[in-house]
Design a protein. Structure first.
Length: 190
């Protein structure tokens, strides 16, 4: 498996997936990262990560479980959950990723906030796609960007998510190109 194209990004829905939404995410991933994608459920449930006191799910143990179960051919795995995620230092997160690692997760739970019935069919999928690309970007060693319009900009609210574009800024694009070249060279040497 020396050719990077033989590797895939796995989109792993947790719960009942929206096939149309998953296919939109799949196309966006290919457009940004150039990797083929597959939709494969890896985890059936995430009750093991539930914090009863917060009534939220700790995302870090979910990432750990994803990594333990990742298929060999997968370059990266993106889990998409409908549950409310958190890390201990924040009230909630839209997602979490292993910086430079293999796994990331996003939650659609709070991405439905402040939707208008007039535009929810377009705004909601755009939010999900932006957060999916953002978290996958972290697995490719991209960090948070200062450019508020860059997809790698850190978001505290859904308004922040709505404000950013669904593309990398020029600086982050160069960093991603460098990382993709590094990974390709690394796979050749293995």
């Amino acid at each position: 498996m020396s050719d990077l194209k033989k590797h895939t990004i796995i989109i792993s829905p947790i719960g009942n997936p929206d096939t149309n939404l998953l296919n939109r995410v799949r196309r966006a991933i290919y457009n940004i990262f150039g990797y083929p994608t597959e939709i494969i459920p890896i985890l059936d449930e995430v009750d093991f990560a539930l914090d009863p006191g917060r009534n939220q799910y700790h995302s870090t143990p979910i990432l750990d479980e994803l990594v333990r179960n990742i298929p060999y051919r997968a370059a990266k795995v993106l889990a998409i959950a409908k549950v409310d995620l958190f890390i201990p230092i924040l009230t909630h997160v839209y997602g979490e990723a292993q910086l430079g690692g293999k796994a990331c997760i996003i939650s659609t739970y709070r991405l439905k906030e402040s939707l208008s019935p007039l535009n929810s069919h377009e705004v909601y999928p755009c939010r999900v796609i932006k957060e999916a690309i953002h978290e996958l970007g972290h697995t490719f060693n991209l960090r948070h960007c200062r450019d508020r319009s860059c997809i790698m900009h850190y978001c505290r609210t859904v308004k922040d998510v709505d404000r950013k574009r669904n593309q990398l800024c020029r600086y982050c694009s160069v960093l991603l190109e460098d990382e993709l070249k590094r990974l390709k060279n690394k796979s050749r040497n293995v």
